[in-house]
Design a protein around this ligand. Structure first.
Ligand SMILES: *Cc1c(COP(=O)(O)O)cnc(C)c1O
Length: 445
């Protein structure tokens, strides 16, 4: 019997330990098994919104936006909207004074519908359709990042006024991450290679176009990058290329965007990118390289997506069945790869926590699986859950804020879960649950 059993009032005040670094800033676990985020009891949230449901700690997002601004004074911070976007999120990013990366007409339209100013948007993408460009130009998109030679005349032909552009360049730096998340090496689909001369040719062509104003270079070496050193390497290559441009054309480009991809830990053994070290090192390395080449120091931009929202999100599932197999125990939940395809895409695995009732028994290793018809629909393997885990129990999965809702699908015609902002004890819907009516709405019959 524990102290909390003897003195019942202690149960809710004593907090039980949450693995550090994985849960939102305001997450609290009590000894009687409650889990609160933003002061909202997640069991109540599940009761009100159903399961699965994705809770987003708005306080956590805001404080990460602020941490970036503090760690990188004078550096433009652009939120990569593809990590998670809805109107409430766009307003939050706007209120925090960040710029926004968008990569489709749809992302432009959602941000614009929230009142996010077009001039603080930057349009990316290796394919920009006529529709994407039309939508972006209609809101007066601040900058467009050119990704191929073909885009140069296409864009020049449609811009209503002189358009600021950057060129996405391949720095030839291996981000040291999953192959599906690497974008800075030579052999991939994004950007223009310095090595092949395509980047230099693009600079010539853009400078020859009076409709386009080349304001800088952009690179993005990948996602889940843990090493500050790789950013320094990429930035130094970019400065060397800025110097080449200056020698050939006599122009010093005023902006350098070194992309996003800052790593977030998804488990207790994983490492996040050290933001403080990044802030101390990267701008100084750029300034040093510019001095060496005799260049003005360009204004830097960084584009974190995941690092701003991943840890704010907690997905709540309900256990549907527990199967004790010959080799292992399977715990099946009422969501899976439709609300979180990261396990199937990258082999991602998550810590899982039961909540809603006290833990009175020992924990045993189980495999937590989703509801979908694919064997890759696995959330956690050999993870510890209380051995009395049973149908009806609630499970919380942290680090769900980035690339969950935005990558979700309606596989098996399962409607996408609601996303609810939680802060100061209030739960405010950001996206409602997708219904069968929604699914049938686009079915032409
Ligand atoms: C995806 C992407 C980002 C953000 O990546 P994160 O891993 O979420 O930080 C930033 N810039 C560009 C160009 C991207 O494609």
């Amino acid at each position: 019997m524990s102290l909390a059993d003897l003195i019942p009032s202690l149960r809710t005040t004593l907090s039980s330990r949450l693995a550090p670094g994985l849960w939102p800033e305001t997450a609290r676990a009590t000894c009687d098994g409650q889990l609160l985020v933003g002061g909202v009891d997640l069991a109540e949230l599940a009761g009100r919104f159903g399961t699965p449901v994705l809770a987003v700690d708005a306080t956590d997002v805001r404080s990460r936006c602020r941490a970036y601004r503090e760690a990188l004074p004078g550096v433009e911070i652009a939120y990569a909207a593809k990590a998670f976007l809805c109107r409430a999120m766009a307003r939050l990013v706007d209120q925090e004074g960040l710029a926004m990366d968008v990569c489709s007409g749809g992302e432009v339209a959602v941000a614009a519908a929230a009142g996010f100013p077009g001039e603080r948007m930057m349009l990316h993408g290796n394919v920009k359709t006529d529709e994407d460009l039309k939508t972006a130009l209609a809101v007066g998109v601040g900058r467009i990042v050119l990704d191929s030679l073909e885009e140069i005349p296409t864009l020049a032909a449609v811009v209503p006024t002189r358009q600021q552009v950057l060129l996405r360049v391949v720095p030839g730096v291996d981000a040291g991450t999953h192959a599906g998340l690497t974008t800075g090496t030579e052999d991939q689909k994004f950007g223009l290679s310095i090595t092949t001369g395509a980047a230099a040719e693009a600079v010539r062509r853009v400078l020859a176009r009076p409709e386009l104003e080349l304001v800088g270079l952009h690179c993005h070496i990948g996602s889940q990058v843990r090493s500050v050193r790789r950013y320094v390497d990429a930035a130094e290559r970019m400065v060397a290329f800025l110097a080449e441009i200056s020698r050939e054309h006599g122009v010093e480009l005023p902006q350098l965007d070194i992309g996003g991809g800052h790593a977030v830990a998804y488990g207790p053994d994983e490492q996040s990118l050290d933001l403080a070290a990044f802030g101390r090192t990267v701008p100084a390395a750029v300034a040093g390289a510019c001095r060496w080449h005799g260049l003005q120091v360009p204004r830097l931009t960084v584009e974190p997506g995941r690092a701003l929202v991943a840890r704010a999100g907690v997905t709540v599932y309900r256990v549907a069945a527990v199967k004790h197999g010959v080799h292992r125990t399977f715990v099946a939940v009422d969501g899976g790869m439709s609300d979180n395809p990261r396990p199937a895409l990258y082999g991602a695995r998550y810590p899982v926590r039961r909540f809603g009732r006290p833990e009175r028994v020992r924990s045993v290793p189980v495999t937590v699986v989703g509801r979908h018809c694919e064997s890759s629909d696995v959330l956690a393997e050999e993870t510890l859950l209380p051995e009395d885990i049973a149908a009806g129990d609630l499970l919380a999965v942290p680090c769900s804020g980035a690339y969950h809702a935005s990558l979700s699908s309606t596989y098996n015609q399962v409607g996408r879960p609601p996303v609810v902002a939680v802060a100061s004890g209030a739960a405010v819907p950001m996206l409602r649950r997708e219904t069968v009516e929604d699914l049938l709405h686009r079915d032409a019959g």
